[in-house]
Design a protein around this ligand. Sequence first.
Ligand SMILES: Nc1ncnc2c1ncn2[C@@H]1O[C@H](COP(=O)(O)OP(=O)(O)OP(=O)(O)O)[C@@H](O)[C@H]1O
Length: 259
Amino acid sequence: MNPIEPLLTVKNLNKSYGSTQACNNISFNLYPSQVLGIVGESGSGKSTLLKAIAGVLPVETGQITYLNRQGKCLDFQQISESYRRQLMRTEWGFVQQNPRDGLRMNITAGANIGERLMDVGVRNYGKIRQEVAYWLEQVEIDSRWMDELPITFSGGMQQRLQIARVLVTKPRLILMDEPTGGLDVSVQARLLDLLRSLVRNLHLSVILVTHDIGVVRLLAHRLFVMKNGKIVECGLTDQVLDDPQHPYTQQLVSATLIP
Ligand SMILES: Nc1ncnc2c1ncn2[C@@H]1O[C@H](COP(=O)(O)OP(=O)(O)OP(=O)(O)O)[C@@H](O)[C@H]1O
């Protein structure tokens, strides 16, 4: 039997801004259906790492390889920009912290989801409406909102709409940057429950960046702790959080225990 191959491999990734080394020699594998949480204080390099993986930021050195739907291993430094963009529309998804960055606010909720389907070649209007209604239902938005502008939605609804927009093309890998940041605590809890069931039911592979230990405890199978651009601790989420070895992780965990 062949061992399971990683979906994504990051090797010795480095990224600096001037003299600030935001990502310092980062290496890891992400396996299919796995949720990898990345935690760390503000400025530890989490968002830079996510953007570098997504190809939004150029990296200085290092290698990112991805096993595509056809089972081909792609070196991200070698693929064309247009193919990278195509992958981002089809096999990958990016859920931004601020849903306004991930949505188009001047077109309807239905069009926000539908245009992603059109991007991948779906042309039948009836089929698009049907898919839009399905994905709105998946993220607990009543389909009567389909023809409304997202600007009229609450923050929690906008975030759920962004998630529906990402999921409609059935991506295999989702990058999430603080998906529950900026939301009220009760809205956060509902969104987390929703994300947890979507991740399980759709067997998604996810890289989840957050500063919130509660979020990773609920969603992530594995956890990295970042400090000053480096991974200082990694392991199974419960193991890392229940028995932190690095003083920085101990500090992060104990800070969340203070009521
Ligand atoms: N565009 C930029 N230009 C210069 N320095 C930057 C830029 N973006 C990030 N940095 C610096 O790189 C380091 C890592 O920042 P990054 O945003 O990746 O951290 P983070 O852990 O995601 O923080 P946050 O949780 O606040 O988003 C920080 O020292 C930050 O000041």
